[in-house]
Structures are given as C-alpha cells and as structure tokens.
Ligand binder design. Structure first.
Ligand SMILES: C[S@@+](CC[C@H](N)C(=O)[O-])C[C@H]1O[C@@H](n2cnc3c(N)ncnc32)[C@H](O)[C@@H]1O
Length: 264
C-alpha cells in the first residue's frame, strides 16, 4: 500500500483525525513540515518515527489542527456583535443560544461572553448560553481552565481584565466563574454532520473551514442552517467564504465581516 495512505491510516487510528475530510494538499504540507523538523525524508520514515516517539504524536496533532487564536481577533466583528447583532437578537428573545465552533483555547468564546456579560449587567432579564466546541481535546482543556498569560491579554482593556479575570500569583490571569458560567465547553467534530445543539441564535465558526474541502464546507454550512433559528446569524472568518450554492440558505448581513442570516 502507498506509504502516504499508511501514514494517514495511522493518524486516523491514533489521533482520531479523519484525514480524508481535509484537502490532501493541506495534510501533505503539515506532514512535510513535521518531517522536516524531525529529519525524516519519507512518509515511511516518519511513520516509523511516530510509532517510536510518542511526544511527536501531540506535535503532529497540533500541526494538523492549528490552534492559533486571540481575544477579540478581528475586533470589528465583535463591535458588530455588540452594537447590532446582540441588540437585535435580544429584541426578539431574552435568552440567547450561541455556538462557537472550533473555539481552540477559548479566547473567542470568552470574548463573546465578555460582551454578553456586559449587556446582561445592563439588563438582568437577559441571559445567554454559549456552546464552545473543538475537535482537539488538548486545547479544549486549556479553554475550560481559562488561564492566559499577560501577553495573551494585550487586547483587553483594564476594565475588562478587572471585571472578568482574576490575577493569579504567577502573573497569569484566570477567567472568573461569572464569565465561565456562560460557556459550556465540549469536544465536537464539525465533520460529524451533527450540530451540538438546535435553536441557536448565532453560530461563529471562524478560521476553521480553511482546512476543509469544498464539499465539507458546504455540508457544514447546511448543518449550521439546520441548527439556527429563523433569522439566526452565521459568522465566518475574514478570509473564508460561503459557497455560491448556499445563497438560497443564507442572505448576507455584512459582507466584510462575513456575517450571514438564515433564510427560511
Ligand atoms: C485557527 S483555530 C480558530 C480558533 C478561533 N475560532 C479563532 O478564529 O480564533 C482552528 C480550530 O479549529 C479546530 N478544528 C479543526 N478541525 C476541526 C473539526 N473537524 N471539528 C472541530 N474543530 C476543528 C482546530 O482544532 C482549531 O482549534
């Protein structure tokens, strides 16, 4: 059997990552980068290396599910949520249900939670529940812990830090229970075809589909469409786009911020 296929099969069995769901080019690029770092010249050599070096498995997982994220990444979209999307949704119902899909180490759901917490403080009859999911259980554990270095907090104002985080003796910051209680973290594979919940008012899935092939992207958008309430919002990452065939499912709310509204 082809050495690349053998390597993919091993990855699927040991890491639970379905390589066939990703663009082949993408998988090859990530593998080549790990192979270079470990001085392995062929897929066969790298497979042998992987089997003999357990720590390399985690390094490969990280390379395949790149977890880069930050608080208020592309801040304009958070301004849109704060000034337009959440006020519009709260005019329709008092309890909002949000799914932050592909949340990595948690900066995205905590950013959304900070905005919601401030809105709820002004109107205590409002409430919200954020489902934050990721395929990678390692980053998810970090998200759940909610501990961030001072460097990671750079985009937060003093007020936000003071209101939503506790400074730990080692200089790191931990999200307060009042912020954490807005979020439920869960492992979830976006390729599973099953949404984490139904009747959602907003789904953010940002900087995740760049790793998916066209068919997977379309199926994902269809799954999100089914999980949203009528008029619910879907926000993608700045460099992502919605396939043409989905124009009957979503209308564009803000093309620059890649924000769409579910059509019935
Ligand atoms: C670049 S991070 C994006 C984090 C955050 N959404 C943001 O925009 O800052 C991409 C995340 O998608 C996750 N991911 C990749 N494939 C996934 C899948 N099939 N199901 C769920 N999460 C996935 C990765 O584990 C990673 O944490």
């Amino acid at each position: 059997m082809d050495d690349f296929i053998l390597l993919k099969r091993f990855i699927e069995q040991t890491l639970g990552i379905q390589c066939s769901n990703y663009k082949e080019d993408y998988i090859k690029r990530r593998l080549l980068s790990r192979m270079r770092s470990t001085n392995n010249e062929s897929y066969t050599d790298y497979l042998k290396y992987l089997k003999a070096n357990t720590p390399e498995l985690e390094k490969l997982r990280n390379a395949l599910t790149i977890n880069v994220t930050e608080f208020f990444r592309d801040n304009d979209v958070y301004e849109l949520m704060k000034k337009e999307i959440f006020p519009a949704l709260f005019r329709q119902r008092k309890r909002l249900r949000i799914w932050c899909a592909g949340c990595s180490t948690g900066e995205e759901p905590y950013s959304i939670a900070m905005i919601l917490s401030d809105l709820i403080a002004h109107n205590p009859s409002f409430s919200a529940q954020i489902f934050a999911t990721d395929i990678d259980k390692v980053v998810l554990a970090k998200a759940q812990e909610g501990i961030y270095s001072q460097k990671a907090m750079i985009k937060l104002s003093e007020t936000q830090i003071h209101r939503h985080f506790i400074k730990l003796p080692d200089g790191n910051f931990q999200a307060k229970p009042s912020l954490k209680e807005l979020i439920r973290f869960r492992p979830h594979d976006l390729m599973s075809g099953v949404p984490v919940s139904q009747w959602l008012d907003l789904i953010t899935c940002r900087n995740v589909t760049i790793y998916f092939n066209e068919k997977q992207k379309d199926e994902l958008a269809k799954m999100f469409h089914g999980a949203l309430v009528s008029g619910g919002f879907y926000i993608m990452g700045k460099t992502e786009y919605l396939g043409r065939s989905l124009e009957n499912l979503f209308s564009t709310y803000n093309s620059i911020q890649k924000t769409f509204v579910k059509k019935d």
